[in-house]
Design a protein around this ligand. Structure first.
Ligand SMILES: [Zn+2]
Ligand SMILES: [Zn+2]
Length: 253
């Protein structure tokens, strides 16, 4: 077949267009990961934000489009782009704790969405001093607005079908919280896949953290999915079996 120059250009053009169309889901996949929730109409998106690679979660009710954002540590524009793409109405921004790597996009997101900002009272001072904390790590985290409401152990946070139960899990920080939905728990920096949160930062305490994990997380069913503040997801059963910090030698019984 003889192909002249113009036709060759057309072939190249079509090839580029098709590549972009077929590769875009793959490219988008790098921006965020979407999980299927336990509940049929619930959408869960994970984005890794900021230099300390915090997991920011967007949990949304697909029917009402109401959503909550957990730990918007950084990259507000990226989070807002997804919110817009999916047509979500953000009702709450929830910080699992007040460390600077988890709160950096609070202000930008609150300004853009008008959502209520929630945190445990025990970490409100930490949130207020986040810009200072971040400078100690050579970073420049913007200040967060004050919380609209403090949440405590046992509170329910509702947005459409979403119903998150607050679990107070101090130890990594005094006001650290976990958030429990049907079949899944967001553990912030209390529990990671194969590890636990550091306890050497101000307000941290190892005995308290182990007690929190034991009473409020390890009491959940084995098949509960664990979404951590950093790193990959796990399950309660997996951590019960494999996590080296949760055995007797570490003072865990
Ligand atoms: Zn932390
Ligand atoms: Zn963190």
């Amino acid at each position: 077949m003889i192909v002249n120059k113009a036709e060759r250009h057309n072939v190249i053009y079509v090839f580029i267009v098709l590549s972009v169309i077929f590769l875009s889901p793959w490219l988008i996949g790098f921006r965020y990961q979407q999980y299927t929730g336990e509940k049929k109409d619930m959408m869960l998106i994970r984005l890794v934000v900021g230099p300390l690679q915090v997991n920011c979660f967007i949990l949304a009710d697909e029917k009402t489009k109401e959503a909550v954002i957990i730990d918007p540590g950084d990259d507000a524009q990226e989070i807002l782009k997804i919110i817009k793409e999916k047509g979500l109405k953000v009702k709450y921004i929830i910080n699992t704790h007040g460390h600077f790597d988890h709160i950096g996009a609070n202000r930008a997101l609150k300004d853009a969405t008008g959502a209520e900002l929630l945190i445990h009272e025990g970490d409100a001072p930490m949130m207020a001093s986040a810009p200072m904390q971040s400078r100690a790590f050579g970073m420049n985290t913007p200040s967060s607005p004050l919380a609209d409401r403090y949440v405590k152990h046992g509170d329910m946070i509702k947005a459409g079908e979403i119903s998150l139960k607050v679990l107070h899990t101090p130890g990594h920080s005094p006001g650290g919280i976990g958030l429990l939905e049907q079949g899944m728990v967001f553990t912030g920096d209390a529990l990671f896949a194969g590890s636990i949160g550091r306890t050497d930062l101000p307000g941290g305490d190892l005995t308290t953290l182990l007690r929190s994990i034991k009473t409020n997380l390890m009491t959940l069913p084995d098949d509960t999915k664990v979404f951590c503040g950093h790193g990959p997801a796990s399950t309660i059963g997996e951590e019960r079996k494999e996590n080296p910090f949760l055995n007797r030698q570490s003072g865990f019984e």
